[in-house]
Write a protein that binds this ligand. Structure first.
Ligand SMILES: [Zn+2]
Length: 293
């Protein structure tokens, strides 16, 4: 095979090897270059080159450490350098949005909670991009190298294309959020349904850590479910979320923001339950007050 004629292929191998080395340093750091070479099954010369590039990029750093079983001089090991790279996590929900700048260890550096205005003054996409610009200007002193932006939100979303088809409480129709934010900021943007992202986070760091098959049902402002099957998030790149919230249970029910009538969400979400309780209590409250007069 002539690898020289396949530069894209070589880049991919380099990237894959760098990814393997980075994950090993994350998992076993502080770790020596020799140990890295053994675990990654890469030649020491390749490890030296990959590590040098990572040191230059401030992705890893050197530290002295005592190798297990050794009483000699401390060895030089590698650990992640998580301070020098940041990502912005944006959470959108009805009426509000949260912007959190974190470093690569997920340590919170700064968080702003802001209102998410309706579309009366300007289109939602324009308002969001303006707010991202304003956030970076406000916190430029804290911002190091930005790796990516992650956006989680309820609604109907295509995670692969970054398009938000519907957002509860807003007049959104097929908003190209991922592409627009990436074009504005120059970094990769990941858009995901908030329940899918939450389910994935629980399996990576939380209550369902290590479980291969998980169903998480959320009853909140919205109603939805996240499913992990065989360790993989179901529909992780598509629009087809496990939409239990938009299963029709009453054909004559209220209209839902998805366009249908009587979805489970129009009956079982917190807002619907409170509205129903208020409606049912009203006659008895009126009766009670009439008697007391
Ligand atoms: Zn619906």
């Amino acid at each position: 095979m002539n690898l020289d004629s396949q530069p894209g292929h070589i880049d991919q191998i380099k990237q894959t090897n760098a990814g393997v080395v980075y994950r090993l340093i994350d998992q076993f750091g502080p770790i020596s270059r020799i140990e890295l070479s053994r675990r990654a099954q890469l030649a020491p010369a390749s490890i030296t080159k990959i590590v040098r590039e990572m040191l230059d990029a401030h992705l890893v750093q050197e530290t002295e450490f005592q190798e297990p079983g050794s009483r000699g001089r401390p060895a030089i090991g590698l650990i992640l350098d998580t301070d020098a790279w940041h990502y912005l996590a944006i959470r959108l929900h009805r009426g509000a949005m949260t912007f959190t700048l974190r470093d690569l260890s997920s340590r919170e550096l700064v968080e702003d909670s802001l209102p998410l205005p309706d579309e009366s003054a300007q289109p939602l996409l324009t308002a969001l991009i303006d707010q991202v610009d304003a956030f970076f200007i406000r916190h430029q002193q804290q911002l190091e190298r930005l790796t990516a932006i992650a956006v989680t939100l309820p609604g109907l979303i295509n995670a692969a294309s970054g398009v938000v088809h519907r957002l509860p409480g807003y007049q959104v129709r097929d908003m190209p959020l991922g592409d627009a934010l990436a074009a504005r900021t120059g970094v990769p943007v990941f858009v995901q349904h908030d329940i899918s992202a939450w389910t994935l986070a629980e399996s990576l760091f939380g209550a369902s850590r290590g479980a291969e098959d998980v169903i998480q049902i959320v009853i909140d402002e919205t109603v939805g479910a996240g499913v992990i099957s065989g360790g993989q998030l179901l529909h992780k790149r598509g629009r087809a979320l496990v939409e239990i919230g938009h299963t029709q249970i009453d054909p004559y029910g209220q209209q839902c923001y998805c366009g249908n009538h009587g979805c489970l969400e129009t009956v079982a979400s917190i807002g619907s339950l409170l509205a129903l309780a208020a409606q049912r209590l009203r006659p008895s409250l009126t009766a009670c007050c009439t008697i007391s007069r």
